[in-house]
Design a protein around this ligand. Structure first.
Ligand SMILES: [Zn+2]
Ligand SMILES: [Zn+2]
Length: 889
């Protein structure tokens, strides 16, 4: 009977041909959807929802990679694993983008009206959602698409209204006049976290306020002279002796001529400016607090577009900065401007559009966060929630302990509308989950909903439970909540993580997750943060097209550690691609070597030669190291260890030994161990590089006995477990010595540029290991291309050390006669020439460094470079001389 043709895998790995095929297979088979099993504890990650504003950037690829590593690993460990994906409507960010699109069409949201604008944003957001889902699929994200959520879906929206009503009824949400950060461009209030503070070189203006009925003045200093128009007092510190006599008197406000009092308040810093400060309660948070204490009135001088309003007579209609110039001119004219000093101070800018924000007293909705922060602090202090890396625990606690009330209303149209209705009849509010038909107080149908929407982070704060069905008591909520890990960037610890902990505890009485894993930020090779503005961003899809998804995932996860920034460079991506290729070639070799009818892959441990026992021992210790590292969230180190094992121990050494045995037909065959180590390695690597491992595993499986065919996918295979009985220190010690000897001979060959065809000679002394190693001399000879290798009974048997290279290794010594590697005569001549060249270079460098003209003209960096060059040359000369001594006749 004719032998069946040997099965051939393609020569090279082509990710494009493989990735989408497997993703579709996994998806169609429903592997991403967990089976609820009340007897098992689930592993749950709720994906941080990307903003619907854009396509995924490389930061999302990092998030997706790390989370996918975790979920694939836990799934392979047999835990019901849920990774729930979703998208965030991203209120202000999305509205800003669509408004820019409208502007290009000569439209604006006011011309278009609320409903039409919302429809435009909705359509645009819908198209982005599909792109984002597709991108996650390209990344290999094994998330449960059947449970995908959007913050504006009916479920999460009802959760938002329910949470609002509950907090309102508990008195933790209130409407009040407070100083908020007003962005005039976006025309909305912003939370403190949405303001970027930048140092600006401005001026400090010293202005005289005349005392009423007197020729005296009191001088105050300000960076924003236009706010004089909103002053309602001048304040001094009660202990400041300079102003003791003035407290209680009145001053006439310049420009507007309003009469205001001089008051004393502890909050005034006697060392700032003149020690007397103007109080502008409607436009400064500190002044606002003073005014509350002192019962001062609020005078708002700005319109929402930051032009001056009717309280700013005679400057009505001027822009805030035009007004500043006008009022300075008037003060100057009246002789009230004493001096102007340059002054560097911090100014708030809108995070979204970078326009200078204006602190403004305004009626907004707030959450009283202190009572919510307390349990959230306790949950971290008592260890129910662990933050990784732990150094962020302190950052979290500091922020939570000094937390301020959270302004949650936004004057936008895109988002969850505030569930509050005002009655035109009685003036009371109705706060309700479902739209009321009439006022709860008086029954009037003449009610109107608050026009504002909620801060987008309000819905994000509910994300861990709203996605699982809260406020309903769903099966998902009961089984999957609290979730296990919250994985996100450290830059949104406060925006998001802290608020999820507060709201999770508040709404459900339980923590939202038990571990917070914070990853670092991505930087380019120069260490700069990747950003669109800098133009140093990598597009994940381009990168995938060039290198393959697994290579990108490798680059994003190898050698990283939690909380530390990651440099994503071309060499890292290339290393990932090379690793996939290495694995491909190794598998191809194993698959080709298997019998066409399917191989016998059973082995008896007691009959195995040392290299087999060694690789099985190394495999087992790699499994336990990797598992321990994964348990501790050290994915970067786990992947590095895995890479080193597969590339080094397995591919570079074991396979080479196995080839020799296969070639000689020696028994036992290495095939069972080759298959065992390869198959186990593929499973171990699968969470990190899912596509190439599935493709290779399937190729391998096809050649294995029939009971292997029952398992459909590597995704469903169990994660490897360490085998205690495989650990073999004896075999490890022996193989390490053998590898060390081969390695040393190969290095010597490379160093002396010995042609690969040429065989060299070597003598080896390995002490008590000599007999065991001698048995491996054919393999050592082949792999080191050294024949004959003579094993010495004692060190003394080695020939005299003239013209030999003697290498002292950890557990052996190797002696190589120089003439077996090089032509002594020619080598001597070559070295002598090189020595002369080096000496000439040194002489000229030394002359240069003594040349006064050069030293005085050249910049220090150039001089230093020359000095470094000289040191390098001198070092090289020493080494050349050293080498020459080995070639003396
Ligand atoms: Zn803005
Ligand atoms: Zn009413």
């Amino acid at each position: 009977m004719a032998e069946a043709p040997k099965y051939e895998m393609p020569k090279a790995y082509e990710p494009q041909k493989v990735e989408q095929k497997w993703y579709k297979f996994w998806l169609d088979k429903g592997y991403f959807t967990p089976k609820i099993d009340p007897k098992k504890k689930p592993f749950v990650i709720i994906m941080p929802p990307p903003n619907v504003t854009g396509e995924l950037h490389i930061g999302h690829a990092l998030t997706a990679t790390l989370e996918d590593i975790m979920v694939r690993w836990h799934r392979m460990r047999g835990e019901p694993t849920l990774w729930l994906p979703g998208v965030d409507h991203a209120g202000i960010a999305t509205q800003v983008v669509v408004e820019q699109m409208l502007a290009k069409e000569g439209l604006d949201r006011h011309k278009l009206g609320r409903e039409k604008t919302r429809e435009r944003i909705r359509q645009w957001a819908e198209s982005r959602r599909q792109i984002i889902a597709h991108q996650h699929q390209r990344l290999g994200a094994s998330c449960d698409w059947s449970r995908e959520r959007y913050t504006l879906d009916e479920g999460p929206s009802r959760a938002v209204r329910t949470a609002f009503v509950r907090l309102y009824e508990k008195g933790l949400i209130y409407r009040g006049e407070r100083i908020i950060n007003w962005c005039p461009r976006c025309a909305t209030a912003l939370s403190d976290l949405e303001v970027d503070h930048k140092d600006i070189q401005g001026h400090l203006y010293y202005v005289r306020y005349p005392l009423e009925g007197s020729k005296a003045f009191i001088t105050v200093a300000t960076t924003r002279p236009e706010t004089i128009l909103g002053d309602t007092a001048v304040a001094v510190n009660p202990r400041d002796k300079r102003f003791k006599m003035m407290v209680g008197k009145k001053v006439i406000l310049p420009a507007v001529k309003r009469v205001i009092p001089i008051i004393a308040d502890e909050a005034v810093d006697p060392d700032f400016g003149t020690g007397a400060v103007k109080i502008t309660p409607a436009h400064d948070p500190v002044d606002f607090d003073i005014a509350q204490r002192q019962g001062l009135p609020l005078v708002n001088i700005l319109n929402p577009d930051v032009t001056m309003n009717e309280n700013a007579e005679p400057y009505v209609g001027l822009d805030r900065f035009q007004c500043r110039q006008a009022i300075l001119a008037d003060l100057e004219k009246d002789g009230l401007l004493v001096k102007v000093e340059p002054y560097s101070h911090s100014v708030g800018h809108c995070m979204r559009c970078q326009v200078i924000i204006e602190p403004l007293a305004s009626k907004q909705w707030f959450i009283n966060t202190k009572p919510l922060a307390k349990p959230a602090i306790d949950a971290v202090l008592d260890g129910r929630i662990a933050i990784i890396p732990p150094r962020f625990t302190k950052v979290y606690l500091n922020w939570m302990e000094s937390i301020r009330d959270w302004c949650i209303s936004r004057q936008l149209w895109w988002g969850h509308r505030i569930p509050v209705w005002y009655c035109r009849g009685c003036g009371e509010l109705t706060v309700a989950v479902d739209e009321p038909k009439a006022c709860a107080k008086c029954g009037s149908a003449n009610i109107e909903q608050d026009p504002d929407v909620l801060d987008t982070w309000f819905s994000s704060a509910l994300w861990t439970h709203s996605t699982l069905g809260w406020p309903d008591d769903t099966e998902d909520l009961g089984y999957f909540y609290p979730t296990t890990v919250m994985e996100t960037g450290y830059d949104i610890l406060f925006f998001w993580v802290a608020r999820m902990i507060m709201m999770g505890l508040e709404d459900t009485g339980d923590i939202p997750f038990s571990t917070v894993y914070l990853h670092g930020l991505l930087r380019d090779e120069k260490g700069e943060k990747m950003s669109k503005v800098k133009g140093n961003v990598l597009d994940p899809l381009d990168t995938i097209d060039r290198y393959g998804t697994d290579a990108l995932r490798f680059a994003l996860s190898t050698d990283i550690s939690p909380g530390n920034d990651i440099k994503l460079t071309a060499p890292r991506l290339e290393a990932g691609r090379n690793f996939a290729n290495k694995l491909w070639n190794a598998t191809r070799f194993v698959v080709r070597s298997l019998e066409p009818e399917g191989a016998n892959i059973e082995f008896k441990r007691g009959e195995l030669p040392v290299e087999d026992r060694w690789i099985l021992s190394r495999l087992s210790s790699t499994v336990s190291t990797v598992t321990r590292l994964m348990d501790n969230f050290q994915f970067g180190e786990a992947l590095r260890q895995l890479h080193d094992f597969i590339w080094g121990d397995f591919c570079d050494w074991y396979i080479e030994f196995a080839k020799i045995r296969l070639g000689s037909g020696e028994k036992p065959s290495p095939m069972p161990v080759l298959v065992r180590v390869l198959e186990t390695s593929l499973r171990m690597l699968h969470p990190f590089m899912p596509f190439v491992t599935e493709e290779l595993w399937q190729n391998l499986k096809r050649r294995l006995p029939s009971d292997w065919q029952k398992l459909e996918s590597i995704m469903l295979a169990a994660y490897p477990e360490a085998e205690e009985k495989a650990i073999d220190p004896e075999a490890e010690r022996l193989m390490e010595s053998i590898i060390e000897i081969i390695h040393a001979i190969r290095n010597a060959r490379a160093e002396h540029k010995v042609e690969s065809r040429r065989w060299i000679e070597a003598q080896v002394y390995a002490g008590e290991l000599t007999p065991a190693i001698t048995a491996y001399s054919p393999a050592i000879e082949t792999l080191a291309r050294a024949r004959p290798i003579t094993f010495l009974g004692s060190r003394e048997e080695a020939p005299p050390s003239k013209n030999v290279l003697a290498l002292v290794l950890k557990s052996s010594e190797v002696v190589i006669p120089m003439e077996s590697m090089v032509d002594l005569q020619a080598e001597r001549k070559r070295l002598q020439q090189e020595i002369e060249q080096s000496q000439a270079q040194i002489v000229s460098l030394e002359a240069r460094l003594k040349d006064k003209a050069f030293l005085s003209k050249a910049p220090a960096s150039v001089v230093n470079k020359e000095r470094e060059k000289l040191a390098v040359r001198k070092d090289k000369l020493e080494r050349l001389k050293q080498q020459l001594t080995r070639f003396q006749a």
